[in-house]
Design a protein around this ligand. Structure first.
Ligand code: C5J
Length: 223
């Protein structure tokens, strides 16, 4: 594998130095993906997210084989909710609020079964796991420092949900100078139309927040 290659993407191809590129997998947690978690308590159809799992697993396998830096994120809060803004906890009309006991443990609380990453995409011990209290992966986390330490300039971004935590993280990363390539088939939303628009927002205006590509294109480029 060459260090640098041109990746087909929209709004146009992007030259990537793969040694300065990390795979970032956003919030593939049971609380969003499975019945009984945070996503479902908010009234969402969690089956909408399942389509992203296989493409992410394929990219993850390829990334692991090349030794690419892999970062997984998890949205959630401390058991005492001291990092959960009351305005977040109070939001909406969920059947269970953040911190309430549910079938997979307390909703969106670190250490509970529902907060953890789904078995199909479980991190290796050598991979970075970022616990984040917000939607963006940079807010109140060590992610920026870690990416700097590893000399990362580009992020391949996957995960859920496209318009919420993926978009927020991409916008944060873009403002910090990272070039983000979002892998369309590796993201999903409870609302298919938000997924489409979330991707369009990233690549519009000449790539105002970044680029959009897909799993097969990346796997071919790095394998
Ligand atoms: C949401 C996320 N949708 N990971 N979180 O609340 O996108």
């Amino acid at each position: 594998q060459a260090n640098t290659s041109l990746l087909a993407a929209e709004p146009g191809p992007i030259e990537l130095n793969w040694r300065a590129t990390a795979l970032v997998i956003i919030d593939m947690q049971r609380d969003f993906m499975e019945p009984g978690g945070f996503g479902e308590t908010l009234g969402n159809d969690v089956s909408q997210l399942a389509r992203a799992v296989k493409p992410i697993a394929a990219v993850l396998d390829a990334a692991r084989a090349t030794g690419m830096l892999v970062v997984h994120t998890r949205e959630g809060h401390l058991p005492d909710l001291s990092d959960a803004p009351p305005a977040k906890v109070a939001r909406g009309a969920p059947s269970l609020r953040i911190g309430d006991p549910g079938p997979m443990g307390r909703i969106l609380i670190r250490g509970e079964a529902g907060h953890d990453i789904i078995p199909a995409l479980y991190p290796l011990d050598s991979e970075i796991v970022i616990d984040k209290p917000g939607k963006g992966a940079f807010y109140a986390t060590e992610l920026g420092n870690l990416l700097q330490k590893y000399g990362i300039e580009n992020l391949l971004v996957c995960g859920v949900t496209t318009e919420v935590c993926v978009n927020t993280t991409v916008r944060e990363a873009n403002d910090r100078g990272y070039r983000c390539v979002v892998l369309a088939d590796c993201c999903a939303s409870y609302f298919p139309e938000f997924h489409e628009m979330g991707l369009k927002m990233i690549k519009a205006q000449g790539g105002i927040f970044g680029w959009v590509s897909d799993s097969a294109t990346v796997i071919e480029a790095i394998s």
